[in-house]
Design a protein around this ligand. Sequence first.
Ligand SMILES: *Cc1c(COP(=O)(O)O)cnc(C)c1O
Length: 420
Amino acid sequence: MRKLPFDKAKLDEITANYPTPYHIYDEKGIRANAARMCKAFAWNDGWREFFAVKAAPNPHLMKILAEYGFGADCSSMAELILAEKTGLSGEKIMFTSNDTPREEFRKAWELKAVINLDDITHWPFLLETVKPAAGDWEGRIMCCRYNPGPLKGGNAIIGKPEEAKYGMTREQLLECYAQMKAAGVERFGLHTMVASNELDPEYIIDTARMLFALAAEIKEKTGVELEFVNIGGGIGIPYRPDQKAMNLEYVGRGIEKAYAELVAGKGLKPLKLYMECGRCITGPYGYLVAKVLHMKKTYRNYAGLDACMSNLMRPALYGAYHEIVVPGKEEAKETEVYDVTGSLCENNDKFAIQRELPVLERGDYAVICDAGAHGHAMGFQYNAKLRSAELLLREDGTVKQIRRAETLDDYFATLDLENI
Ligand SMILES: *Cc1c(COP(=O)(O)O)cnc(C)c1O
């Protein structure tokens, strides 16, 4: 069973102040992981991770990551505002969106964020939107998102690049850089995102190789010399007990080797390596803490929790596996088989199906692991469910509420109940 950063006594203490269900993040784990990542890529001058805000859009977490030099990868208005509130601006923000509304381009422009274009038609759309004057490009960086199509093999979650709606073809990319250069843009980057929850380090190293080679081609064909390549996010985490975490040091060394060959070796100017991971930054350090509310026996054994898929949608959405730990029963044998359910009127509202667990009773804690990314963030209000609180377990063992739970007033705030 997974080792947790808290035991049952600690949960009792926390739950006295904050009723279950809640999400809790382990600050110590997040910090150690961020520091480790910085070290693995320290060979690259200017390396930066832009935390994918959508994974855990909480400024308290973003602020911790900012201490390690991390920026923010934003793709919507609210995410841009979250980055702004965290104190980030300019080159610390990558704005990578698709099907982009005008006001979001305006906001990204106002923040002087790195604007990453998803399509060649977004270039005239951006110009029309922000109407840059001569001199406005000074200090700003423009970026293009590359979709390698059939040149890059598929990935289990994100699918095949040629079926993905994101990014430009190679030809469009070259044309877009040429147009931007002609219009006076001075600083450039290149981006791709072709992985999701990938555990094979070679896939990530290959992505870097692909972009390094493309940087040389862009220089040769358009005269544009890039400042950075951003290999995207998508580094996976071991949700299942039989999976292994990606070895970041191995990835760091592999990309360093590719850099020596394809960047330094080809006489290109130094390139900064950027990444925009979400899952592997906070995923393993967040837990959904729930309690067993009902035990039910029909054709199967059910343990009904006080949480549901509006607190963590991944199992219902992707059939994703999340380990479940029962604090206080860590030593007990996993002799029973349960479907662990939530209360939504959807039969796929199950955190685990036919899972071997210790004998469960009403009132037991059920801690659902690896909920720190794409967890609370995917919450929704279907079935009029309310989203839970987010707590931070600090390094000194104290707990800080970093988002309160929603109330019925929040739910009803958008309805006019007086004039029905
Ligand atoms: C979702 C997303 C990420 C982060 O993905 P993870 O799997 O959480 O690392 C990064 N960049 C873009 C453009 C994304 O859409």
